[in-house]
Design a protein around this ligand. Structure first.
Ligand SMILES: NC(=O)c1ccc[n+]([C@@H]2O[C@H](COP(=O)([O-])OP(=O)(O)OC[C@H]3O[C@@H](n4cnc5c(N)ncnc54)[C@H](OP(=O)(O)O)[C@@H]3O)[C@@H](O)[C@H]2O)c1
Length: 226
């Protein structure tokens, strides 16, 4: 696993690109405006990173991160990620994304919505419940007492292993919460949303949560919240 494709170069995409490069991965990153607009970012990231179109980032990545506004996911060609392991970081903000009926009715979780669009990919939910700034500051070497733990969800064990290896390599432990259908438990505004990875959510006070604490937060989730 050496090339990470990143679709979306905003708050989360740019931080993940930095963490991936620092961990020794090659990065191919794309946004909606085209590779020229990413010249400054890839220069900062150094020789392991290059800018590309979304199609190129999708094709190049052994692992592909989709980190764009959820409402814009359907703009990406559905078959462009066939056969890929895909990390979905997206959250649902109707005021930004527009109303999405299958989410409002709870027919699908947000990651099932992404999985349904990319039917030929294997989607793993990750990074949706950590602030971008925290993501770029709380990474720690394996075994550090204050290394934070991030939640994932997925329906394909092999894909989850690939994603776990990546997350561990960039500086975090991983807690597997179960299938995508249950991943509403750490969607927006649930107890296991922002702040779950540290005691207070304050990057000045990082503290690794135990699996029991994470489980308790997931168990407190209330489907009616969103
Ligand atoms: N910000 C956070 O702390 C945070 C934390 C966890 C999860 N999230 C979620 O993760 C996702 C990304 O958040 P963000 O804060 O990084 O967003 P952001 O800063 O607004 O960046 C969004 C990126 O998506 C790109 N984009 C939009 N439509 C696209 C398309 N059709 N094709 C290719 N690229 C497209 C944009 O390209 P241009 O730059 O060319 O417009 C931009 O680079 C969202 O769903 C968000 O809810 C955010």
């Amino acid at each position: 696993m050496s090339i990470i494709g990143i679709i979306g170069s905003g708050n989360i995409g740019s931080v993940l690109a930095r963490l991936a490069v620092d961990a020794g991965y090659d990065v191919v990153i794309a946004n909606s405006r085209g590779p020229e607009s990413l010249a400054g970012l890839v220069e900062e990231l150094g020789p392991r990173a290059r800018a590309a179109t979304t199609a190129e980032a999708a094709a190049a990545g052994d692992l592909v991160v989709v980190t764009i506004p959820l409402g814009r996911v359907p703009e990406l060609p559905a078959q462009s990620l066939d056969g890929k392991v895909v990390i979905d970081t997206c959250n649902y903000y109707p005021e930004r994304d527009g109303d999405i009926a299958v989410l409002d009715s709870h027919e699908l979780t947000t990651s099932e919505f992404v999985q349904r669009h990319f039917a030929g990919a294997r989607v793993v939910k990750a990074f949706n419940n950590i602030f971008a700034q925290n993501l770029g500051e709380l990474q720690r070497p394996a075994g550090a007492p204050d290394r934070a733990t991030l939640t994932i969800a997925g329906d394909d064990e092999a894909a989850e292993r690939v994603v776990t290896e990546f997350i561990e390599a960039i500086g975090y432990d991983v807690f597997d919460t179960g299938p995508l259908a249950e991943s509403w438990r750490f969607q927006r505004d649930q107890p296991a949303y922002a702040g779950v990875y540290t005691e207070s959510g304050d990057p000045a006070e990082p503290r690794r949560r135990t699996p029991d604490e994470l489980r308790a937060r997931l168990d407190q989730a209330d489907r009616s919240i969103r």
